[in-house]
Design a protein around this ligand. Structure first.
Ligand SMILES: [Zn+2]
Length: 243
């Protein structure tokens, strides 16, 4: 079977006609396969949603109980027959529950990556290389102009600044789902065990990470804290709240 007969981009998103579903659709569809919980991939209003348990839980947290008509959770490595194709999830190393979707039909395997990274991240399962015939990749930071420094080195810089300016509060902008928890986990891995303060917008998701076994240490809401009491501490807030 030709790859384009298995998966094809259409207005609603990446469409699998022989399987009867879309991957990360941008419009409401009958049947959606969702790679991870970020809002540019996981939207409310679909009929049936197939995703990892963590992605479904995050969609529930963000959109409410009725975000889809029905849901089905799938574990990494599990296979499911949908129409004429077989669907399998593999870890994408992006955020908790993020999955690459492997779609196989008549001996041809296509992997749609969703967002992914191969850098170590203590808050989610590591990226897995999946042998396939066609790889459909996200390329958000694919341009050579993007050169991200080593995460542990960036954490060292932050801790050096906290040590150098004990009279100041340090506010770190990080997306509420994934990035914030990764920064916290990296701070803990670097030996920082003081309380870390959280903007209200990231509390629910962060507590959810903890409930799934991601240890993040002493976390406290920043709400109600006086500026003077935040001297020498680190607070995390979504980028939109830090300007
Ligand atoms: Zn993402």
């Amino acid at each position: 079977m030709r790859p384009q007969d298995i998966l094809m981009p259409v207005a609603a998103g990446l469409h699998c006609k022989p399987g009867g579903f879309h991957i990360d659709p941008v419009r409401p569809v009958e049947r959606a396969v969702i790679t991870h919980g970020h809002s540019d991939h996981a939207r409310a209003g679909h009929g049936a949603v197939l995703a990892t348990q963590e992605t479904l839980d995050m969609m529930r947290l963000r959109y409410g109980e009725n975000f889809a008509r029905s849901t089905q959770a799938m574990a990494y490595g599990q296979q499911l027959r949908l129409g004429e194709v077989t669907v399998k999830f593999h870890p994408a190393g992006h955020v908790l529950g993020s999955a690459q979707v492997a779609v196989s039909c008549e001996g041809t395997c296509i992997v749609a990556s969703g967002d992914y990274k191969d850098a170590p991240d203590p808050t989610c399962a590591p990226f897995e290389v999946v042998p396939c015939d066609v790889f459909i990749t996200e390329a958000t930071f694919g341009l050579p102009v993007f050169r991200h420094g080593d995460a542990a080195d960036e954490i060292k810089k932050l801790l050096a600044s906290v040590a150098l300016f004990p009279e100041r509060a340090h506010l770190v902008g990080a997306y509420s789902l994934g990035k914030a928890q990764r920064v916290i986990a990296l701070l803990r891995a670097a030996g920082y065990d003081a309380p870390i303060y959280l903007h209200g917008a990231m509390e629910k998701i962060t507590r959810y990470y903890e409930s799934r076994g991601v240890a993040l240490g002493d976390l406290r809401p920043v709400k109600g804290m006086k500026k003077a009491d935040l001297a020498g501490t680190i607070t995390l807030a979504p980028p939109s709240a830090t300007s």
